[in-house]
Design a binder for this molecule. Structure first.
Ligand code: GDP
Ligand code: MG
Length: 166
């Protein structure tokens, strides 16, 4: 099994940290300049059963100018072509307009989407339940997986779930 995976989410939610943990190298940092690279392969994670190709998808945010508008279209088209989208949020931050904007874009895409709730090391377990309830009411996520990319909590579980969708 082999497939393309796009990790999207607001800045600083932990996308690069997660990739660095999975791939085991500091390669995601290299493509951290927003909007300068398009659909770049950030890393490939290979197991005996599967190959996961992580794709950088910059530009999923509210466009501020015409070029941003074009980048947005490119990004949305990429989301239609990948096998799986990981929408990452920061558990320690409330639902913001940036998140709502992304969810709105996801509604026009048939690709399966996971909600990845990152930074769970920064919240009380009770808070997690209300975050899940809130996001569940906004979009039909295929899986909802809480992780700590920094500490490694549940990141193996996320990889297992990703494999099922390739
Ligand atoms: P990106 O902009 O989405 O790629 O976010 P980064 O991966 O650059 O992470 C932004 C900041 O959040 C960095 O300081 C990370 O160390 C921190 N961070 C990422 N994941 C976690 C996590 O699971 N827990 C905590 N406490 N901090 C995290
Ligand atoms: Mg990053």
């Amino acid at each position: 099994k082999s497939g393309f995976i796009s990790i999207i989410g607001r800045p600083n939610v932990g996308k690069s940290t997660y990739l660095n943990r999975v791939i085991g190298q500091k390669i995601a940092i290299m493509s951290d300049k927003p909007q300068t690279t398009r659909n770049k392969v950030q890393g490939v994670y290979t197991t005996n059963e599967a190959q996961m190709i992580f794709i950088d998808t910059p530009g999923i945010h509210k466009p501020k100018h015409k070029l941003g508008d074009f980048m947005m279209k490119v990004a949305t088209n990429t989301l239609k072509e990948v096998d799986l989208i990981l929408f990452m949020i920061n558990a320690a931050e409330g639902l913001g307009r940036g998140d709502e904007f992304i969810i709105d874009k996801l509604k026009g895409v048939k690709t399966p989407v996971f909600l990845v709730i990152n930074k769970i090391d920064q919240i009380h377990p009770d808070e997690l339940l209300s975050i899940i309830e809130q996001y569940k009411s906004l979009f039909d996520f295929k899986e909802i997986i809480p992780i700590s990319a920094l500490q490694g909590n549940n990141t193996e579980k996320l990889l297992e779930e990703i494999q099922k969708y390739l």
